[in-house]
Design a protein around this ligand. Structure first.
Ligand SMILES: Cc1cc2nc3c(=O)[nH]c(=O)nc-3n(C[C@H](O)[C@H](O)[C@H](O)COP(=O)(O)O)c2cc1C
Length: 210
């Protein structure tokens, strides 16, 4: 197995973190950069990520996450919140950013604008939400791989009540809603799950080679 896959084998959804161990600023920035560099549909990145260190805020969120200990024991809690609405002004702003970043005439992007207008901007509110959430999960996946690469532990988590998280974090006012969360830090030596053998479909079950 190559080093990358070895690290993926090493990682596991950490149930018990060592609360005394914290991620260094440098490693944290590397993890956040992996999230930032994540691809997204048309590059629209329809989400924001909240990086929470503050213990009091995490104590407040914990009951809304089935009291899972990772929320308070991990070094950091990350909230992946997707935009609830994608409108024309959001898209215009993005296209302006491309033109500016690449020093390109804005009208060169008319084709891309049409594509986005005919797809994403035409989705129903539910469709937009589903589309935005899909993009969030790519960023989550990148975080998990980047963390494994740095031998930093993580737990992706869907076990929480989004409406309560949104309320506590004031996300509604920002047009955002919690899609998924992740805790990152270092495993406790007492977490017996680190010794569990991985359960995955075998290649014959998973892949259809045509
Ligand atoms: C989107 C997502 C949500 C998850 N939610 C939780 C959770 O709320 N709590 C938890 O302890 N594990 C959670 N898990 C961990 C999975 O149970 C775990 O990834 C899976 O059983 C495979 O095991 P492994 O990651 O340890 O290899 C979640 C995983 C994913 C990808």
């Amino acid at each position: 197995m190559d080093k990358y896959n070895n690290n993926l084998e090493w990682r596991y959804a950490t149930k018990k973190f060592d609360a005394s161990k914290k991620i260094s600023e440098g490693d944290l920035e590397n993890l956040l950069e992996a999230i930032r560099l994540s691809p997204s549909s048309y590059g629209l990145q329809p989400y924001q990520v909240f990086v929470i260190k503050e213990p009091e805020l995490r104590e407040k969120l914990k009951p809304a996450a089935w009291n899972q200990s990772q929320i308070t024991d991990a070094s950091h809690l990350l909230i992946f919140a997707n935009l609830k609405e994608i409108d024309k002004s959001y898209v215009d702003n993005y296209l302006d950013t491309i033109a500016e970043t690449r020093n390109q005439p804005r009208q060169d992007l008319n084709g891309l604008e049409d594509m986005i207008t005919n797809t994403v901007l035409n989705f129903s509110p539910e469709g937009k939400n589903k589309w935005a959430t899909n993009q969030v999960y790519i960023a989550l996946g990148n975080l998990l791989s980047a963390a494994a690469n740095l031998k930093i532990d993580a737990c992706p988590m869907e076990g929480f009540e989004a409406t309560k998280f949104d309320e506590i974090l004031g996300l509604n006012e920002k047009g955002l809603t919690t899609a998924v969360i992740a805790t990152i830090g270092f495993r406790s030596s007492e977490d017996k799950h680190q010794y569990d053998t991985k359960v995955r479909k075998n290649k014959e079950e998973l892949f259809n080679r045509l």
